[in-house]
Design a protein around this ligand. Sequence first.
Ligand SMILES: [Zn+2]
Length: 294
Amino acid sequence: MFKFRGFFLIFIFLLSACTPDTVVPKEKIQKEKIDENIVVTADGKIAFKIINTIKVPQEKVESIKDELLNAYDEIQNSIHTAYVPSETIDVFLNEGNQVSWGLKSKIILYGIKENQYPLVHELTHSLLGYGNNFDSSRGYLTQEGFATYMEDKYGKSKSNAHKLMKYFIDSNKLIPISKLIDLNQDDAYFRPALTNQEEYTLQWMSYIHSASLITYLIDTYGLEMFEQIYNEDDLAKKIEEIYGGNISEIENDWVVFIKNSQTGLTYEDKIKMGSFFTATSVIDQIDPKFFTKE
Ligand SMILES: [Zn+2]
């Protein structure tokens, strides 16, 4: 392939040396290069533009284009929201292992080289909407829980949410759902300053609680009911209205389900997760107030 390319370039060079007006204009080459990194959904509604910052080979870009189209279909077939997504979404493939983001018109992915980028998770945010114009005015629980549920089901970055919940419950580190959905307290759980490992661990635990609870609600009561609480204002009231029980009753049912259905994490599970030991090593140093019921 490389040799053929070299030959081709020489051929172009010779051709251009003789007949300069047949040379492909520079703008056209540039445009083709951009076009090959754009993919449009089958319904024509959204164009994804891949920004290959990390410079992965074109085959990887092609695979990410397919992953975007597949994830788009799966998300379209899940729940429906009133949110109208952006017609163009830029997808950045970035170097390193920082936290990925899914916003209105851009998705920023890390963990590309480790093949651990949460593409389905972030696309779920970008397609279904988050808060009011991607703010935290409607909390985090249903949005993060559902994005992780979708990633677990269709993506490559698995959360092990139920098994981890068993571990947290057995360690006496259950975060009350009432606190995770309290708009005055939820930032401390989901958006801490991340200045120390305790804050990273608390954030990770909050995501796992959300993922496990939302997965439990969907598996038990179905997507149609979940659709009615997704990204809603006054979530506690909404949950009660839709599921016919208050938050603490639902929390109890979920905890019983985890205790009865989950075996503990194996050593292999923990190793596979990569960050398990680092994350859990500081659990006992997290301020107990984050776990106490009020
Ligand atoms: Zn998220």
